[in-house]
Design a protein around this ligand. Structure first.
Ligand SMILES: [Zn+2]
Length: 272
């Protein structure tokens, strides 16, 4: 049962990762249109298409990871290289789905009986939606320095639903206060740095962090985000990839902090 479910969850993660790649592409086109820039890349509302010429993809060109490997990382029609991040995002999403299921969700439902099954499936579903949107926001911010609103709104709704079904990490009151506190904290940093260190996307995303994690896990999340973010920044400067003035997207670090605190927050608090 557990192994079968684990494989199912992993495969769903591959599909979710493929959905993320599509959503990143499409959202990027939409943001460019919003800024009044002409649409330069192909776009088809309903079907999957080649990133370069817009030709509709056959089903076998659209299989997560496998198609990319089979085509040696190139589009079949144009022979242009497809980004490495496509299969990596698919594998990464699948791995996060599986780790969350295998080590955190499943063990907490010891002796699953029929009356608990519905609650288990609802939790699994909400967590899979949340992970998908987290990977989407992280990848989009990494590429375009924006945390899109559509993903943040979805995350906040999922966070509220988790509280309503009683499966959140913390009590409703503490979750709400954590959300407002996290929002206020990053808003303050945004205002102090005049938007250079912290974008409004980060500020809005903090609402979800508080809802999802509660207190004191939210502190762990910020701690991880700032420490890893700083180390990464220093590392990039030392390798000469970045100057003091270049801006670095902070969203991926906030998202990393969220996942670490979600999974191991209690452990970190005990160790401190
Ligand atoms: Zn093509």
């Amino acid at each position: 049962m557990e192994i079968f479910l684990g494989i199912m969850v992993f495969l769903m993660g591959l599909v979710a990762g493929s959905f993320v790649n599509m959503l990143v592409y499409r959202t990027a086109v939409k943001y460019r249109l919003k800024k009044g820039e002409r649409k330069t890349r192909p776009y088809n509302k309903n079907r999957s298409f080649c990133d370069f010429c817009g030709r509709q993809l056959k089903w076998y060109e659209n299989v997560p990871v496998i198609s990319w490997l089979w085509q040696r990382g190139r589009s079949r029609c144009c022979q242009k290289p497809l980004p490495y991040s496509y299969p990596l995002i698919e594998l990464g999403t699948a791995l996060i789905f599986w780790i969350n299921f295998r080590f955190f969700l499943f063990p907490s439902w010891f002796l699953l009986n029929n009356s608990q099954l519905l609650g288990f499936l609802i939790t699994l579903f909400l967590e899979m939606v949340a992970i998908t949107m987290l990977v989407f926001e992280a990848d989009f911010d990494r590429r375009h320095m924006i945390l899109p609103d559509n993903g943040i709104i979805t995350l906040v709704v999922v966070g509220i639903l988790m509280i309503l079904v009683g499966r959140a990490q913390d009590s409703p009151v503490l979750s709400l206060f954590s959300a407002l506190g996290a929002f206020g904290f990053l808003l303050l940093l945004h205002l102090i740095t005049k938007g250079k260190g912290m974008g409004m996307g980060d500020v809005k995303y903090a609402l979800f962090m508080g809802l999802w994690l509660g207190f004191p896990k939210i502190i762990v999340a910020f701690y991880v985000a700032f420490v890893v973010g700083a180390l990464f920044g220093i590392g990039s400067m030392l390798r000469g990839k970045m100057s003091r003035k270049s801006v670095m997207p902070f969203g991926p670090f906030l998202i990393l902090g969220t996942i670490v605190a979600w999974w191991w927050g209690n452990l970190v608090i005990e160790l401190l």
